[in-house]
Design a protein around this ligand. Structure first.
Ligand SMILES: NC(=O)c1ccc[n+]([C@@H]2O[C@H](COP(=O)([O-])OP(=O)(O)OC[C@H]3O[C@@H](n4cnc5c(N)ncnc54)[C@H](O)[C@@H]3O)[C@@H](O)[C@H]2O)c1
Length: 362
């Protein structure tokens, strides 16, 4: 069987990880599309990518041998691009968040079912060595039932630029609630993606005009751009199974440092997966860990699980998994049905925060 051929749509910061992951699994990236030709050319250079296009449509027309497309654009364009690629018979890998809301995600799910093609998202944290170590304990029954969990992505100063697409609700869908869904997704993965019941949450808009809260990465500020998204949110979700989950996400909040974790409490053991960022807030200097907390023979026991270091935070491994899944060599690490549940929870967070009332999730 010849190598799978992939086209990338959007030559932004995440394209590097997609490219590396696809290559690691034996696929070939043959084309890139971006309305910004300079960006597309600079990404293609030195990577042997010969097809440079402005739009996905042009790419599909010019490359009939394309098997899969990866979508790495601002969030507003995920749904139309994913559906266009699926309808043209391609497997699709799409960046998080899956879409702007649950209604869009439902359309994408239907399109993938109709096309009978794989649709996978970059919930890269599931592919982290720490998350894969913990899920083994859960699947082997060592944790029991997870009653409760806490999912946090707390940035002290991590606004990804002012006035660009990230801070413009019409383009991004919102601030940290929708931009940082990783720990929410990871907690749900550990909990078995139960069906949500109710949510009560709050959102805050502080510091969104204060440059001292800008992150060390992100996109350049836009002088006359829009900044109309939340800076933090806190919520509690209950599930039809009786489980519960606390969620805390922020781009800007008075906190000791950037902290990223899922903690859970099971009937046999608890556990924690964590990434602590250094004060520079970049992946390279962060410290990852995963632990299990149990009781053995009358003693409280904490187990430190040693895993390999993955600075890419699972991004390369997750992209590899997409290719291996198409080739039937692995099970997909995430499913579009789960993405729909995630988007329903995100919708409920915004609804509860604006109405200041609990929201039933259907
Ligand atoms: N998984 C992660 O850890 C992670 C981290 C950062 C960003 N992201 C996600 O990746 C996506 C892109 O973010 P980014 O930081 O790379 O943004 P970016 O602004 O750096 O790059 C986006 C690129 O998309 C291009 N683009 C815009 N509309 C397009 C279209 N219709 N067709 C083709 N290209 C188009 C832009 O010209 C730009 O080059 C977002 O959905 C974001 O949420 C994921």
């Amino acid at each position: 069987m010849s190598n799978l051929k992939v086209g990338i749509v959007g030559a932004g910061g995440m394209a590097f990880y997609h490219y590396e992951g696809f290559k690691r699994a034996g696929a070939e990236v043959i084309a890139i599309a971006d309305p910004d030709r300079k960006r597309a050319l600079s990404f293609a250079e030195g990577r042997g990518i010969s097809g440079i296009y402005k739009t996905l449509g042009e790419m599909i027309k010019a490359c009939p041998g394309l098997d899969a497309v990866s979508v790495i654009t601002p969030n507003k364009f995920h749904k139309p691009l994913v559906i266009e690629a699926l309808e043209s018979g391609k497997h699709v890998y799409c960046e998080k968040p899956p879409a702007l809301n649950a209604a869009e995600m439902a359309e994408m799910l239907t399109a993938s079912q109709k096309a009978k093609k794989l649709l996978m998202f970059d919930f890269n944290n599931r592919a982290r060595p720490e998350a894969q170590a913990i899920i083994k304990y859960i699947k082997k029954g060592r944790v029991g039932t997870i009653n409760s969990a806490q999912a946090s992505w707390i940035r002290r100063a991590g606004i990804p630029g002012f006035g660009g697409w990230f801070t413009t609700k019409a383009l991004s869908g919102g601030g940290p609630v929708i931009d940082l869904p990783h720990m929410l997704d990871l907690a749900l993965y550990f909990m078995g993606y139960p069906e949500p019941d109710y949510l009560l949450g709050t959102a805050y808009y502080d510091f969104m005009d204060n440059k001292a809260f800008k992150g060390p990465w992100g996109i350049p500020d836009a002088a006359r751009g829009i900044t109309d998204v939340e800076s933090s949110c806190h919520a509690m979700v209950t599930f039809k199974t009786g489980q519960s989950l606390m969620v805390r996400s922020s781009w800007a909040e008075m906190n000791e440092r950037e902290m990223v974790s899922v903690t859970f409490q099971g009937t046999k053991a608890g556990g924690k997966v964590e990434r602590l960022f250094g004060i520079d807030g970049i992946d390279e200097t962060s410290i990852d860990s995963c632990r299990i907390f149990t009781e053995e023979y009358g003693n409280q026991v904490n187990q430190d699980i040693k895993t390999e270091k993955d600075e890419s935070m699972g991004r390369i491994g997750n992209a590899s998994n997409f290719i291996l899944s198409i080739n039937g060599k692995a099970e997909p690490l995430n499913k579009p049905e789960e993405a729909l549940v995630l988007m329903k929870i995100i919708d409920a967070m915004y609804k509860s925060a604006s109405s200041r009332k609990p929201v039933q999730i259907k």
